[in-house]
Write a protein that binds this ligand. Structure first.
Ligand code: AMP
Length: 249
């Protein structure tokens, strides 16, 4: 079974992001970039399926500027077999990504497509759902457990107050939640081997996809600075301040 995994290049989760001076976007100049954490979980799940003998090939795809080949190489070092980069310097919104993925799904015919549930930069949580809608595949989102059984996949989903298990006919789309697995680290020999694994480059134009943005970012601003707190002597003073200053009681 072929598994397609979508990995996004994002600002590393340890970086404190800052808006550009003109508030037009987040400033990513000289900032450490990494694989989106939920995509790392997607790669790990695909690799585990291969280790179990369920998956036979893992193809990893990333869309964006040339540098997203770094994230593809990382995924190859983690155990993916081959990479595809859809190269563009243009802004990519979830619908454009989903359309490019649809074109790749049509070429590659994977049985399972695994995406992260969300990219930590845009917090969109849209691409997997859009891909499922565009291709007509079933979707198992926010997966905390994935079991392929013959022609179907059982996905346990993290929902409010509990877990829900759905069964999807393959081919299907799965998006990963945090508790699905704990991704491994790439070993040095595997990082070296990954450099020789195949990586094809295509473009949205070659895929015949219109990636024009559908929404416009008006402003990006940091959260309001938190005010310093104060110490009160006793409960009476606290109640008084909540009444007269904070005016919440
Ligand atoms: P989003 O809908 O933006 O929150 O992203 C959800 C998931 O879609 C990500 O975790 C990735 O698996 C996939 N995805 C989004 N953007 C890209 C991209 N530019 N390249 C590859 N995969 C992407």
């Amino acid at each position: 079974m072929k598994v397609l995994v979508a990995v996004k290049r994002v600002v590393d989760y340890n970086v404190k992001v800052r808006p550009k001076a003109d508030g037009s976007d987040v400033d990513i100049a000289n900032v450490k970039m990494s694989i989106n954490p939920f995509c790392e979980i997607a790669v790990e799940e695909a690799v585990r399926l291969k280790e179990k003998g369920v998956a036979s090939e893992i193809v990893v795809v990333s869309m964006g500027p040339k540098q997203c080949q770094e994230q593809i190489r990382t995924a190859l070092a983690l155990g993916a077999d081959r990479g595809i980069q859809v190269e563009t310097d243009a802004e990519l919104q979830p619908l454009a990504v989903a359309k490019c993925l649809k074109a790749i799904v049509e070429k590659e015919a994977p049985q399972l497509v695994i995406l992260g549930k969300q990219s930590i930069d845009g917090d969109n949580n849209q691409t997997g759902q859009m891909l499922a809608a565009l291709t007509g595949m079933g979707q198992g989102t926010f997966a905390s457990e994935v079991n392929v059984e013959g022609e179907s996949v059982k996905v346990t989903r993290e929902i409010d107050g509990g877990l829900q298990t759905v069964e999807l006919t393959l081919p299907a789309v799965v998006t990963t939640d945090l508790r699905l697995n704990e991704p491994r680290y790439a070993s040095l020999p595997n990082i070296m081997k990954a450099k020789r694994k195949p990586l094809d480059v295509t473009t949205p134009e070659e895929l015949g996809v219109d990636i024009a943005p559908r929404t416009k970012t008006l402003k990006v601003e940091p959260p309001a600075e938190r005010q310093a707190g104060i110490k009160v002597a006793d409960v009476a003073e606290l109640v008084e301040k909540l009444k007269s200053e904070a005016k919440v009681i």
